[in-house]
Write a protein that binds this ligand. Structure first.
Ligand code: ZN
Ligand code: ZN
Ligand code: ZN
Length: 287
């Protein structure tokens, strides 16, 4: 694709402009085993993401008090897995503990059962939700503000969606919601890169974030709330300050040919105000 060439150009490359910094994980790297028939790749990738996030890994390590579910306790299984990661001399470890706890925990829902393939992104989100319920079972996950809940404290983005008409000034009622992951289509992302190239825009460090934002709202037009005739883009406003912002890239087809292009050119820094609007509380942070 044309944009890959553009992005590889010295000085014009998104990948090169975003230098990896303090976000590099300090965790020792180890593999996870996936024997024939286990089909645990979805789980292993979710566990690897959690392990590599230093602030999550360290927080989980110091937490002990939780509502234990025994065989179905993902909290215990994850802590055991992380201890093995830390202390084992093996280069690759089995993820059986977490696999069994996940299968047991979701037995009634018939999800994540042993031997069956499942979705890595849904697994990642469900692990976080289960950690929430092990830590603060009494709280509604959507409204969780508990300081002891590392799932929501670290990952939850509290946003609201709203349409604001620049023509007549009308605005829709804000729709608040919480999410662990903001999903963005890789096809839409690549389309936005093509558009950017057509506009011959000068490279800016915040460009990757803006491409994600544009891809996230591509083709999503709403009617003006006062019916003035304008078509509006939805505005998503971030109201909290999550320690970890998770962007999930969605492959629109099982046979997408965009994999190499997307992976090669992922930026390593993300300019948050480029992806979502920030409520005024944050404006000072990004001046
Ligand atoms: Zn437990
Ligand atoms: Zn929580
Ligand atoms: Zn209007």
């Amino acid at each position: 694709m044309a944009w890959v060439k553009f992005l590889r150009k010295p000085g014009g490359s998104l990948g090169r402009a975003y230098q990896p910094g303090s976000t590099l994980s300090l965790a020792p790297t180890k593999g996870l085993l996936n024997e024939p028939g286990q089909n645990s790749c979805f789980l292993n990738s979710a566990v690897q993401v959690l392990w590599q996030l230093d602030i999550f890994r360290r927080s989980l390590r110091v937490l002990t008090g939780h509502v234990c579910q025994g065989e179905a306790c993902i909290f215990c299984a994850l802590k055991t897995m992380f201890a093995q990661f830390q202390h084992s001399r093996e280069k690759a470890l089995p993820s059986d503990n977490v696999r069994h706890a996940l299968a047991e925990s979701f037995r009634d829902a018939q999800r994540f059962q042993l031997g069956l393939m499942d979705d890595a992104a849904e697994c990642f989100e469900n692990i976080l939700e289960r950690i929430h319920f092990h830590l603060v079972p009494s709280r509604d996950a959507d409204m969780c503000t508990s300081r002891s809940c590392i799932a929501h404290q670290k990952f939850a983005m509290t946003l609201y969606e709203q349409c604001v008409c620049r023509s007549c000034g009308a605005s829709s009622d804000p729709l608040p919601f919480t999410e662990f992951v903001r999903y963005i289509s890789t096809t839409a992302l690549c389309n936005e890169v093509e558009r950017m190239l057509e506009r011959h825009e000068r490279f800016r460090p915040e460009m990757f974030a803006e491409l994600l934002q544009a891809a996230n709202t591509a083709g999503d037009y709403r009617k003006c709330p006062s019916n003035c005739g304008q078509k509006l883009k939805i505005r998503r406003v971030l109201m909290n300050c999550p320690e970890i912002v998770t962007i999930g890239l969605v492959w629109d087809s099982e046979h997408s040919d965009l994999t190499e292009d997307v992976v090669r050119n992922l930026a390593t820094h993300l300019y948050l105000p480029g992806v979502v609007y920030l409520c005024s509380f944050f404006s000072l942070l990004f001046l």
